[in-house]
Design a protein around this ligand. Sequence first.
Ligand code: AMP
Ligand code: GLY
Length: 428
Amino acid sequence: MKVLLVGNGGREHAIVWKLLQSKRIRQIMCVPGNGGTAALERCQNLPLTIDDFQGMVRFVEVHNISLVVVGPELPLALGITDYLKTQEIKVFGPTKEGAQIEASKSWAKSLMQQAKIPTASAAVFQDAKTAKAYVAAQVAPIVVKADGLAAGKGVTVASTTEEAQAAIDYLFENKFRQVLIEEYLTGQEVSVLALTDGLTIRPLLPAQDYKRLGEGDIGVNTGGMGAYAPAPIVTPALMKRIEQEIFTPTLAALRQRRIDYRGVLYAGLMITPAGDPKVLEFNCRFGDPETQAILPLLETPLEDLLLACAEQRLAEQPPIVWKPGVAVCVVLAATGYPESYQKGKLITGIEKAEAMGVNVFHAGTRLKPGLSGHQLTTDGGRVLAVTALGENFQQAHAQAYAAVECIEFEGMYYRRDIGVAGVGWVER
Ligand code: AMP
Ligand code: GLY
């Protein structure tokens, strides 16, 4: 079986790594991939952009590829699945209509409201003046959200109404045509990703993502500075509620809209102090870096699950099997991320880290031909993600950070508290 994978992040490297563990996978082609996927046997990076759907179809046809797996949200929101389906190509990832669940927060909110899925109450506005007048009559904290893909920069949790109003101005000045003003929820955040073929839905292990840049959860929001799985806050009883109160009705509401949703449905949840799950957001894809923590724990061959989703026969699959223990994933970023940062810095020590038994997933890296063979350099804000497995959190944490110590590049920055404190820390 040959697979074409779209994307170039740590999430995509983790998906490729997991797929390649199966002998059934003969080859994977990545569009465009990164320095990590370039170095893998049976894997090849293609010089195409993630919106070159026609280019991908040519490769799929020439190379007899059985499945296309889409990593990031952008090509899904642009309709990659719709396009490939017209060419009778199997795809893991929802159609453009389905991807609205992430690409349009107002669309997702109205779906949740109609299906009575627990979420923060919200109002939608098309102009700054009305939105600001509404905010003036509310009590802070309050949440302002852009209605559109914003690369993680579209949400402001405002502690004052003035801050909320400034966020509203900023969004309308930056070409967003709608904003949501949302009730502020407190509690613990957790990411529950589920695989679905449009009819059946199977949750993966719950994970927690450390979104803030600084230790102790301070500083700006990022794409995610680390993650761990499974998150013990999601007990089996709570997972059952999440399935019954969130996933099943969401899938039914999608079907009611005649949306054949095949891919990942990622629920970003707040577990309130009363213990109730409420949806903060949905994503239409695997999370990054949650995937780098979840997939190393997966025992079931990933291609069986992805193909079953694409072919709408997930119900026939045996229950998903997981390895015991926990995974801690630490993101190594370039100083300045998520704003501006330098690229092209030499990375050393990965082999030494890997010799300790951890996974080093590449995100923003590039393999450059050099005088003495290939050189690996930084090529993005989040550069690497180091995942260690352990019998418990302390072990996995210690192992991940021992491996991180081996790796060096100029300007390397990481949080030292992934998996031990901060977001969602509960006594274990
Ligand atoms: P989102 O992209 O909608 O997940 O928002 C990004 C982050 O903003 C979330 O991970 C939360 O930390 C925070 N957030 C979003 N919505 C709310 C809310 N209604 N109440 C409190 N925090 C929120
Ligand atoms: N880690 C958050 C996300 O993938 O959206």
